[in-house]
Design a protein around this ligand. Structure first.
Ligand code: ZN
Length: 252
């Protein structure tokens, strides 16, 4: 298509380019940080990106963004050689450096990431445990990984019916996180899915909040007592998963 492509030579054609970009970024960043420094309770969103997929990456770039303005407030790059040549440790290391810098510069009240195990551990029992900063989990990653759990279950024999429901169940998860502000509220809404999929829209302790369903609806309901319904129940009520669900309720 005769389009110009960004390549190494785009940035290295003269020795001045790289430094100019660095200086510009540092100036931009300083201005953003200066503005945020006077703010109460900054919420940062952060994630890492490797230079190649899988566990053989050489570099990890960890980026953080201010939730309100969407300004980038930190970009940290870690080289595998800084983490005993173990690429699986790079994201954690980059996160630590990001947090150290941001905590010294702004009044951070919440950090939102994907469900990276090492990062969760740092925030719940490790280095950053007593910082008073709330660790929330990103909705997009959360919904994606929850969908994967249902798809995996639905691929087993006799459970294909779950595959028809993935989108609705994930939507329900998304909606519950948006509506609920406490764990209790979440649980109230969340458990409704087990009734709804079985075509029960009112039950002893509650009811669905959707409008009346069209009479000619062709939904394939998941009958109670079937293996598919039992499996969905164990996914929906999974204790380990529910333990972290409060981290989604800030809905970031
Ligand atoms: Zn319903």
């Amino acid at each position: 298509m005769n389009m110009g492509i960004v390549s190494r030579s785009t940035f290295f054609q003269n020795a001045y380019c790289v430094d100019a970009i660095k200086v510009f970024w540092m100036e931009e960043r300083a201005a953003v940080i200066q503005r945020l420094a006077t703010q109460e309770g900054v919420v940062a969103l952060a994630d890492g990106r490797m230079d190649s997929p899988g566990h053989c990456a050489q570099y990890c770039t960890y980026t953080a963004m201010d939730n309100e303005s969407k300004d980038i407030i930190s970009v940290i790059t870690v080289d595998k050689r800084e983490t005993q040549r173990k690429s699986v440790l790079m994201e954690k290391e980059a996160f630590i450096r990001t947090m150290d810098i941001l905590m010294s510069e702004v009044n951070l009240k919440e950090i939102c990431t994907d469900a990276h195990v090492q990062i969760s551990a740092l925030m719940s029992k490790g280095k950053n445990k007593d910082t008073g900063i709330f660790h929330s989990l990103d909705m997009w990653h959360g919904a994606k990984s929850f969908a994967k759990t249902i798809v995996t279950a639905g691929q087993q024999r006799g459970m294909n019916i779950l595959l028809l429901w993935v989108k609705d169940i994930v939507n329900h998860f998304w909606w519950c996180c948006k509506k609920a502000t406490t764990h209790l509220q979440f649980m109230d809404l969340w458990m409704g899915i087990l009734h709804h999929v079985a075509n029960e829209h009112e039950w002893v302790m509650g009811r669905c909040q959707h409008d009346c369903l069209a009479a000619d609806q062709t939904t394939t309901w998941i009958e109670r007592g079937t293996r598919a319904h039992d499996t969905l129940t164990s996914i929906v009520k999974d204790k380990r998963w529910l333990k972290n669900v409060h981290k989604f309720l800030n809905f970031k």
